[in-house]
Ligand binder design. Structure first.
Ligand code: 10G
Ligand code: SF4
Length: 333
């Protein structure tokens, strides 16, 4: 059970010797919700198997649950039989992937989050105006590969301020930056400051690329971190936004912070001498996994969690248009 505590101060001096704080918002964002529902509805409508290129979202429990319902996750499109249905993950794909799908006559459903698509549009626009684009993000992450693929001749990856001295551009007056949507807000500001110090005429994106959900989850964990002896972040190891929450919690003053995929990964020794435990989860994490962590804490003598709200979220995205069209045609819209 959760008690809603509203605004700070979070813990009164009379609080019991043990407490659990639960960050809000946490867990599923609008883009993840849409992507997971897309695969579920595609399985219902077309029947199994439905292929999914890459993990639909970076959470191993979500992926194994969808696998058990008939989804087949592949790394690349050459693993998908000709003519089959394939869903593109929430992290987005490059135009080259769309081209390959067309070449193989695949039926595609694009579950790219609309907020990632927005960054793709910005990349195309800056490239169309012939800017050199510095994309702040992590090498090898699917979102970065998809965004960079929109304008490979104009985009170069910048991972941290340490990369900035080595940047080579054609014209220092025509440089713009964009970013992955799931980065640390504070680290990204540092990287942008380093870039701007080298290129004072640097052009900003028209609006934040780090999305509302990433920002809100970082704010929420910051709010409780300094009161926490331990922060437990639920999320998978390849989930960029989940891993960032551990770093943000530590930077904001948590005495310790660990990421777990679920309650079974909690090392009991982490709880030694711990009074206040805070719990949060990444944008790709089902709430049931958080509740599992709270249940384990209750078994270890911790009280009901106190929810600490730092922002309200109400965004919902419409399902991909290809799926809406087919649902409507089947009378199931
Ligand atoms: O945090 P990342 O980008 O690794 O992804 P995730 O699947 O763990 O969370 C949802 C975020 C996206 C789908 C990327 S926009
Ligand atoms: Fe969309 Fe942000 Fe969620 Fe990524 S983390 S899927 S950009 S809402």
């Amino acid at each position: 059970m959760t008690t809603d505590m509203g605004m700070p101060p979070i813990l009164s001096p009379e609080a019991a010797d043990k407490a659990v704080l639960l960050a809000a918002p946490r867990g599923y964002c609008a883009g993840v919700d849409r992507a997971v529902i897309t695969v579920e509805k595609a399985l219902d409508l077309y029947g199994a198997p439905v292929y999914v290129r890459k993990q639909i979202v970076h959470n191993k429990h979500v992926v194994s649950d969808l696998e058990s319902r008939g989804a087949i996750f592949v790394e690349e499109l050459d693993e998908v039989p000709t003519g089959a249905t394939v869903v593109f993950s929430a992290h987005g794909v490059s135009p080259e992937v769309h081209r390959q799908a067309e070449e193989r006559s695949l039926k595609t459903i694009d579950a790219t989050c609309p907020l990632v698509t927005k960054v793709h549009h910005e990349a195309k626009r800056f490239a169309g105006e012939d800017y050199d684009i510095l994309l702040i993000g992590h090498a090898g992450h699917e979102e970065v590969e998809g965004t960079a693929g929109e304008a490979p001749d104009h985009i170069q990856l910048v991972q941290s301020p340490a990369d900035v001295p080595g940047i080579v551009v054609r014209d220092p007056k025509r440089v713009a930056w964009l970013s992955q949507t799931t980065l640390s807000v504070d680290e990204t500001l540092e990287t942008v400051a380093a870039i701007r110090a080298r290129f004072p005429e640097l052009l900003d994106p028209p609006s934040d690329d780090i999305c509302y959900a990433t920002q809100n989850r970082q704010l929420a964990v910051k709010e409780i971190a300094s009161e926490s002896d331990l922060v437990i972040v639920v999320g998978s190891g390849n989930s960029s936004n989940s891993v960032r929450l551990v770093e943000v919690a530590l930077e904001a003053g948590a005495k310790a912070a660990h990421r777990v995929d679920d309650a079974s990964e909690i090392d009991e020794s982490w709880l030694d001498g711990v009074s206040t435990v805070s719990v949060t989860s990444g944008a790709s994490v089902p709430e049931a996994l958080v509740q599992g962590v709270l249940a384990l804490l209750a078994e270890r003598g911790y009280p009901d969690a106190q929810a600490v709200h730092s922002a309200e979220e109400s965004l919902i995205f419409a399902l991909p248009k290809e799926l809406r069209r087919d649902l409507k045609a089947a009378g199931r819209a």
